[in-house]
Design a protein around this ligand. Structure first.
Ligand SMILES: [Zn+2]
Length: 420
């Protein structure tokens, strides 16, 4: 085995072992609190709901372990038993090494790997979510959703990939800067058109009906000078009983979207405070900052691919033929290997992003409290959402600080009371 192959194997194993260890840490912690509802949560969940939330957490925990181990086994098999260079070679002899053919190879590899994960997606939806009463998706809708997703990836992703590969041949050594610019522009375009073109393919959006709630929410938008054209209700209930709220689009195209499930679960005042929290994310420029992080991620990814594509040892470690020159065919193995291995690095970076993201949540909560002039309605909303979603109320502190993008319910309540 080549030295870097050993490093890659160690990275994959390190991530998987860390995942399993964190999962076990959390499972034990949750089980230790299983016998009775801990005092801070007695107002939030009754005994039977609390038990169900623990069963739900443990079911997802066990299933997550299986998925993580499966993913690691597949990744190790794919990287080290040699199918990739072989398929790439076959692809080259059958379809040539044109950019269209090479992009086709990357697509085929990606789609094949995601097909392997489909049985797990199915199980999560129709076994786990179903068992706990969250699933409302039919088998037919589930299949149609995946086909739509595939068509969208082919329609948007394939041309984008071809363009990036063309840039390698057009611009030479600096191709990764051009590629970054193109992908970032594409991402911005996607954010602009998604609410109008992509999201309606999956859900129905209807303007929130006239009445007290609509007036209340528009008044909040005006009060916080949050320009919004419309407030729409999304039929989230056709897939799941989980609930959410978000806003999409820029400037005057912005619209606020509430899941029908959220409207069913919360009172008007609670909905107003949830919306105030979402507006807080916008007002505190969190959206722009997160966009900045994602752009930085794209720059780093392309810089890494461009660098790796020039390293013989990297190609040799995985039995790819190394050729010099800015042809798409020479960069393809680096792109593929990067895509497969990036997760072993981002796994360790994610907790730092989560620290940052949790700070945003505190900020948005504080904004909501200041805007509403009270914190009780937001606290009440968060409690209800935890209850309805059977959230894990007692995650291990290290587990939650590693994985959670949002502070736990208790942490948020404590912070909100401090600001009040
Ligand atoms: Zn938030």
């Amino acid at each position: 085995m080549q030295p870097f192959a050993i490093i890659a194997l160690a990275l994959i194993l390190a991530r998987t072992l860390a995942e399993l260890w964190l999962s076990q840490l959390n499972r034990r912690y949750v089980c230790a609190h299983r016998d009775e509802v801990p005092p801070p949560f007695r107002e939030i969940m009754d005994e039977s709901t609390y038990q169900r939330s623990i069963d739900y957490t443990l079911a997802k925990n066990r299933f997550g372990n299986i998925v993580n181990v499966f993913d690691a086994v597949v990744l190790i098999a794919v990287l080290f038993s040699g199918p990739l260079p072989w398929v790439l070679g076959k692809f080259g002899t059958s379809f040539g090494t044109s950019i269209w053919a090479m992009a086709g190879f990357l697509f085929l590899a990606g789609i094949t790997l995601s097909i392997l994960g489909l049985p797990f997606d199915w199980y999560a939806q129709f076994k786990i979510e179903e068992r706990f009463g969250f699933n409302t998706t039919s088998m037919k809708m589930w299949i149609v959703d995946r086909l739509k997703g595939l068509l969208l990836i082919v329609a948007f992703g394939y041309p984008l990939l071809v363009l990036v590969l063309k840039l390698i041949e057009w611009t030479g050594a600096n191709w990764w800067l051009w590629a970054t610019a193109v992908v970032v522009a594409f991402q911005l375009l996607l954010m602009l058109i998604a609410p109008a073109i992509i999201m309606p393919l999956f859900n129905k959006f209807t303007p929130l009906g006239e009445g007290a709630l609509r007036e209340r929410l528009f008044a909040l938008a005006r009060r916080t000078s949050f320009p919004t054209r419309s407030i729409e209700v999304m039929d989230g209930s056709k897939r799941s009983r989980h609930s959410n709220a978000f806003f999409t689009g820029f400037g005057r195209f912005r619209k606020i979207v509430l899941f029908d499930t959220l409207i069913a679960q919360l009172t008007d005042l609670e909905l107003e405070s949830v919306l105030a929290h979402e507006i807080g994310h916008y007002k505190k420029r969190h959206v722009v900052k997160l966009l900045g992080v994602s752009i930085a991620g794209i720059v780093i990814a392309f810089a890494a691919i461009a660098w790796l594509a020039r390293q013989q040892w990297f190609y040799r470690a995985f039995n790819f033929e190394y050729r010099v020159g800015f042809a798409a065919a020479n960069v393809i193995p680096a792109m593929l290997l990067f895509a497969l291995l990036a997760g072993t690095i981002t796994f360790w970076v994610a907790p730092f992003i989560h620290i940052w993201s949790r700070r945003f949540e505190y900020d948005a909560d504080a904004f909501a409290g200041a805007t509403m002039g009270e914190v009780q309605s937001l606290i009440q909303a968060l409690r209800k959402l935890s209850e309805k979603n059977l959230s894990n109320l007692t995650p291990h502190p290290f587990y939650s600080s590693f994985y959670y993008s949002h502070p736990t319910l208790l942490e948020r309540e404590r912070a909100l009371r401090m600001t009040a």
